[in-house]
Design a protein around this ligand. Structure first.
Ligand code: FES
Length: 101
């Protein structure tokens, strides 16, 4: 869920322009400046991949590029950290099977 309206404790949210992305073949809306992880979580996706050997679910853990749990495939490039990559118009994101443990 995205913050839509600020209250007194938070500054006003200034959102980037809306863009279309493709997630596992489905079109979705995101906003420039958001990370891929944010866009996926806004869609209700919490599991980004499974581990290669044991098939254990993985998603955002650290949110700052250290743990590598959030790996997805973006525009054909495997093992891209979703929490460190900002969305671009027309970006194709695949969640699912991981290639690392
Ligand atoms: S959530 Fe840890 S690297 Fe992305």
């Amino acid at each position: 869920m995205r913050i839509v309206k600020a209250d007194r404790a938070l500054p006003e949210v200034k959102r980037g322009a809306p863009v279309k992305i493709w997630v596992d073949g489905k079109q979705a809306e995101a906003f420039l400046g958001e990370t891929v992880a944010t866009a996926l979580m806004a869609m209700g996706i919490r599991q980004f991949r499974k581990t290669r050997h044991k098939g254990q679910p993985r998603g955002v853990f650290c949110g700052m590029g250290i743990c590598y749990e959030c790996l997805v495939t973006i525009d054909g490039v495997e093992n891209v950290r979703a929490c460190q990559t900002t969305v671009q118009d027309g970006m194709e994101i695949l969640t699912g099977e991981g290639t690392i443990e």
